[in-house]
Design a protein around this ligand. Structure first.
Ligand code: PLP
Length: 399
């Protein structure tokens, strides 16, 4: 097996039912059995290759899952209806009442809100820490801790997690290391660095066309079997299964991910360098000024670059809003949350995707009002884009 993530996707071979070059779509919610005994065995989890009911699994979902497992280099994977539909069941499968999670404090607002406000209903508590400080991470671990949780590149601050070092910590304390790799598919392969479970919101770069939601948990066959167990599997019982039609469409988009990521990264690096030279407070892991630039370089699969996400701080929310509205008016991108689209997307996370995080905590983690998060698009002529963006920045008085 190739140890290159895009080659592993390419090396898979499927044919459709009638020799089609795309696998046939399993457009059924339920499946027939020739014998009642096989149906019983399937319920018991003892009839490999048989399908039961599409909340459990479907051929289309398995194809997509296998392609994503190949990408992440894990034994297998389970696709879900949304990214949160992967994150929440993965955490609930691993933690029960009285247990504890140590999580990075800079994570997607929805994940933060789940851990802070919802998981306590199940008596699962979370300590939020600065994930870049390994001493602080270790100090937060208690005898009840089961999971260490982080994003490879965090939303929205673009902090980089030292996955190898975190994995060493996790192993030392008998924890599972869960890594959300939504911001850095292909660029970083968390499982090869020691992560136990790799999560994605497929809604973002992996699908890449902002037309669907999706999620995945990639891990061992045993863990995925547990998640799908009809009696106590969190994925099976919480019900966030992906629809087969969507699995088929995401699989088709996945095939161009390597080309898209290279272009997102190339464009983002170009803009980040220019913005920084212009004196804007710019954060991008590809800039030597990023505190974890060297760490990212050590972890990355070189050819995919540092990803498509960057932030600038323009000082105030009013200025950020003015600039974003003008950039949208000039068709440089859309004022929208989410990421990984062909067009540039921008939003002010403090008042949108991270608004679940209380203001004083936002300040403590360095999430300022004037921060604009960019998901840089696939623009063909990024120099032209830069010139037009600079014009907007001058007009609103940011430059
Ligand atoms: N993880 C990250 C890093 C995200 O940015 C998001 C969504 O913004 C999610 C997970 C949740 O994914 P979804 O919106 O597909 O549920």
């Amino acid at each position: 097996m190739s140890n290159h993530p895009a080659n592993r996707i390419q090396d898979l071979q499927y044919f459709g039912e009638f020799g089609g070059v795309n696998p046939s779509i399993s457009d059924s919610s339920t499946y027939t059995f020739l014998s009642a005994k096989t149906m019983f065995d399937t319920f018991e989890g003892n009839a490999d290759g048989c399908y039961l009911y599409s909340r459990h699994s479907s051929p289309s979902n398995l194809y997509l899952g296998e392609a994503l497992a190949a990408m992440e280099g894990t034994e297998t994977a389970n696709v879900t209806a949304t990214g949160m539909g992967a994150i929440v069941p993965a955490l609930l499968q691993l933690c029960k009442a009285g247990e504890h999670i140590v999580s990075s404090r800079t994570i997607y607002g929805g994940t933060y809100a789940f851990l802070k406000n919802f998981a306590p209903r199940f008596q699962i508590s979370t300590s939020f820490v600065d994930i870049t400080k390994l001493d602080t991470v270790e100090a937060a671990i208690t005898s009840n801790t089961k999971v260490l949780y982080c994003e490879s590149v965090s939303n929205p601050l673009l902090e980089v997690a030292d996955i190898k070092a975190l994995s060493t910590l996790a192993k030392k304390h008998g924890l599972q290391l869960l890594v959300d790799n939504t911001f850095s598919p292909l660029s970083i392969s968390p499982a090869s660095l020691g992560a136990d479970v790799v999560l994605h919101s497929l809604t973002k770069f992996i699908n890449g066309s902002s037309d669907t939601m999706g999620g995945v948990m990639c891990g061992t066959q045993d863990f995925i079997n547990e998640l799908r167990n009809v009696n106590d599997g969190a994925s099976m019982l919480l019900g966030a299964s992906m629809d087969s039609l969507r699995a088929a469409s995401i699989l088709k988009n996945l095939r161009t991910l390597h080309i898209r990521i290279k272009q997102h990264s190339k464009n983002a690096l170009f803009l980040a360098e220019k913005f920084e030279q212009d004196g804007l407070k710019t954060v991008y892991p590809g800039l030597p000024s990023h505190p974890s630039h060297e760490l990212f370089k050590n972890m990355m699969n070189n050819e995919y670059g540092f990803g498509g996400m960057l932030t600038i701080d323009v000082g105030s929310l009013d200025k950020a809003n003015e600039l974003m509205e003008l950039m949208q008016e000039r068709n440089l991108g859309y004022l929208a949350v989410s990421l990984g689209f062909y067009k540039t997307l921008f939003s002010a996370p403090g008042s949108s995707t991270s608004s679940e995080i209380p203001e004083e905590e936002q300040q403590e983690m360095g999430l300022s009002d004037g921060l604009i998060r960019f998901s840089i698009g696939l623009d063909n002529d990024i120099e032209r884009t830069y010139r037009m963006m600079k014009e907007c920045m001058k007009e609103v008085g940011v430059l």
